[in-house]
Design a protein around this ligand. Structure first.
Ligand code: T3D
Length: 255
């Protein structure tokens, strides 16, 4: 049983909600461990994960009441943040971040580590780190410049100001910003789509997109050929082609 998150499984979707609303879901050691544990031991039948926050924030980043000069930050990042992030980036199903409110510091980069980020319009993303004399961690210096370019990345990181969900979507930092009133239904709709989709395709797309960050075209064509050969052997490929030819909706099994 978890103390800092809630996990709810329904209709093939597992909803993991950060649950320390009194501190805007700040990450402490236990929460990092629990997020990693939840993502690596998903309930059987999970075809999509929705990561969200309880209350008015998504996540305010490192719990600053736990942080102090002289702490072993390198150990915390390597032994606590990294397993949490890797649990997300290697989850066996697609992961959606449903950013219900502010995502600050490592909380922003936690959201950005997922496959698809959907934010409510009143949410914002803050690379807060330099306000307290740190640099972005939790993968921020990898993902943000690749998404928005170095000029906007460094602006976000130097000024450490909130970037609205709308701006984040316009810049290509996230998939979409949704009006607050429609946010929950949009997340549910997208999660259902992914939960009914070809899971193996999503995982291979994730892998290919990640590899593209460091590959040239030759190497990337080889990645595509290797992964596509794997896809062509899946039941979902047979189903997808069969459904197309029979002019019906495919029924994907995730295999
Ligand atoms: O240290 C290491 O291990 C290295 C790793 C670092 C990774 C990091 O994430 S560093 C960056 C840490 N995060 C921040 O610097 C963000 C701090 N928080 C904020 O800037 C603001 O709280 C927000 C922009 C997130 C929200 O602002 P607002 O005005 O909506 O809410 P608030 O009033 O500031 O916060 C509400 C409560 O949550 C408040 O407590 P109170 O006064 O009601 O008792 C506030 O202290 C608490 N809270 C917010 N963020 C944190 C927090 N408590 C602990 N840690 C937090 N990060």
């Amino acid at each position: 049983t978890y103390q800092t998150i809630t996990v709810l499984h329904q209709d093939d979707i597992t909803r993991v909600a950060l649950n320390r609303p009194e501190v805007m879901n700040a990450l402490n050691s236990r929460m990092r461990f629990e997020i990693a544990a939840a993502l690596t031991a998903l309930p059987p039948g999970t075809r999509c994960v929705v990561l969200t926050g309880t209350g008015r924030a998504f996540c305010s980043g490192q719990d600053l009441t736990d942080a102090s000069a002289g702490m072993d930050v390198e150990r915390i990042l390597r032994e606590e943040y990294e397993p949490m992030l890797k649990a997300i980036t290697s989850a066996p199903v697609p992961v959606i971040a449903a950013v219900n409110g502010v995502a600050a510091g490592a909380g922003a980069n936690l959201a950005l580590a997922t496959d698809i980020v959907i934010a409510t319009e009143s949410a914002s993303f803050v690379q807060a780190f330099s306000r307290i004399g740190l640099i972005p961690d939790a993968g921020g210096t990898f993902i943000v410049p690749r998404a928005v370019g170095t000029a906007r990345a460094k602006g976000m990181m130097f000024f450490a100001e909130p970037v609205s969900a709308r701006q984040a979507a316009d810049w290509g930092l996230i998939w979409e910003a949704v009006a607050d009133a429609e946010f929950e239904s949009r997340v549910a709709e997208r999660a259902a789509m992914l939960a009914q989709g070809p899971t193996q395709s999503y995982l291979a797309i994730r892998e290919a997109v990640l590899e593209s960050a460091s590959n040239g075209i030759e190497a990337q064509l080889a990645v595509e050929a290797r992964l596509q050969a794997r896809m062509a052997a899946t039941a979902d490929f047979a189903e997808g082609v069969g459904a197309f030819l029979q002019k019906r909706r495919p029924k994907f099994s995730g295999r």
